[in-house]
Ligand binder design. Structure first.
Ligand SMILES: C[S@@+](CC[C@H](N)C(=O)[O-])C[C@H]1O[C@@H](n2cnc3c(N)ncnc32)[C@H](O)[C@@H]1O
Length: 287
């Protein structure tokens, strides 16, 4: 049993979907830490590796691509480098989206690109608009993952490909434990809401099928990254999460909890993080 899912189940965090998304948005909009603005620097090599792995088995040449939860455009740029003819990038965070736009404008050459602030559950495109839909490391933040995948399937043309990478059940559990163990006792009174739903391969297969995709396959890659110090491991986690988990607390408490979280990394010598990633692929049926 994964500790995140267990705690989310116990405290009922799946009930308030609007608040849940808003928390994640604030994290990536740098409300709780400006370190998220170092996402590309501190999220490397992990996120570029995930993008490479995700797209290694997808034919993108001459295709119109939608990247959902594009972030700073790590996978969007990769898709362009693999020959996409047009890329549409969407994210609910304007902070991440503007970084994506700057990156593609400077590095994507003449390829047509557009950037829209959208919730992944409400993709405001006509049905059958894209040849390929990609989404890297966003699905784990979505409360109803079948609904999100169904929305991605809706905008795919018949026969089009969906390729996702998402947080596996062991994703950075060292960090989750450090948070729980470091949490000052008086803040435990408020039930902690976890806006994070990591999944195993079987679950992703099931969700893709329920969302109406076919030719489904998955793979899972787990690797441990060792950092120079617990402080460096914390910095990588902070920059790539935006500390969205702090958004449940008033600002002053969040600062205190962040300090305790950082200290907990030191105390328990967390200088390694497990990156557990599940990749899922499917095709929209031809009819
Ligand atoms: C871990 S980052 C991944 C970014 C990028 N795809 C990558 O691989 O580097 C997660 C991204 O998902 C976005 N996101 C989270 N929930 C979202 C939602 N409901 N709709 C759109 N984007 C969302 C966040 O704003 C953030 O940019």
């Amino acid at each position: 049993m994964n500790v995140n899912n267990l705690m989310s189940g116990i405290n009922g965090s799946s009930r308030n979907i609007t608040a849940m998304k808003e928390h994640v948005r604030q994290g990536y909009d740098a409300v709780y830490t400006t370190e998220v603005n170092r996402y590309d620097e501190l999220g490397s090599p992990l996120y570029p590796d995930i993008a490479e792995n995700l797209l290694s088995e997808v034919d993108l040449k001459g295709k119109k691509i939608l990247d959902v939860g594009c972030g700073t455009g790590v996978s969007s740029l990769r898709a362009v480098q693999q020959g996409a003819s047009e890329i549409v990038c969407v994210d609910q965070s304007t902070n991440m989206l503007s970084r994506c736009q700057a990156k593609l404008k400077s590095q994507a050459g003449q390829v047509r690109s557009s950037f829209l602030q959208l919730d992944a559950d409400k993709l405001q495109f006509d049905e059958k608009s894209f040849d390929v839909v990609i989404s890297s490391m966003m699905l784990g933040f979505m409360p109803n993952q079948v609904a999100t995948l169904s929305e991605m399937r809706r905008v795919l043309r018949p026969g089009g490909t969906l390729a996702i990478a998402t947080h596996g059940t062991a994703f950075q559990t060292e960090s989750v434990w450090a948070f729980i163990r470091g949490l000052p006792p008086r803040h435990m009174k408020k039930p902690y809401r976890i806006e994070f739903w990591p999944r195993g391969e079987k679950a992703i297969q099931r969700f893709l099928a329920k969302a109406g995709l076919e030719d489904i396959h998955t793979k899972r890659h787990t690797l441990q990254e060792t950092f120079a110090s617990p402080a460096a491991a914390f910095a990588a986690m902070e920059a790539t999460s935006g500390l969205w988990m702090m958004t449940n607390y008033p600002r002053a408490a969040a600062d205190e909890i962040t300090a305790a979280y950082r200290k907990s990394f030191e105390r328990y010598k967390v200088d390694r993080l497990t990156h557990d990633v599940v990749f899922g692929y499917g095709r929209r049926p031809a009819q």
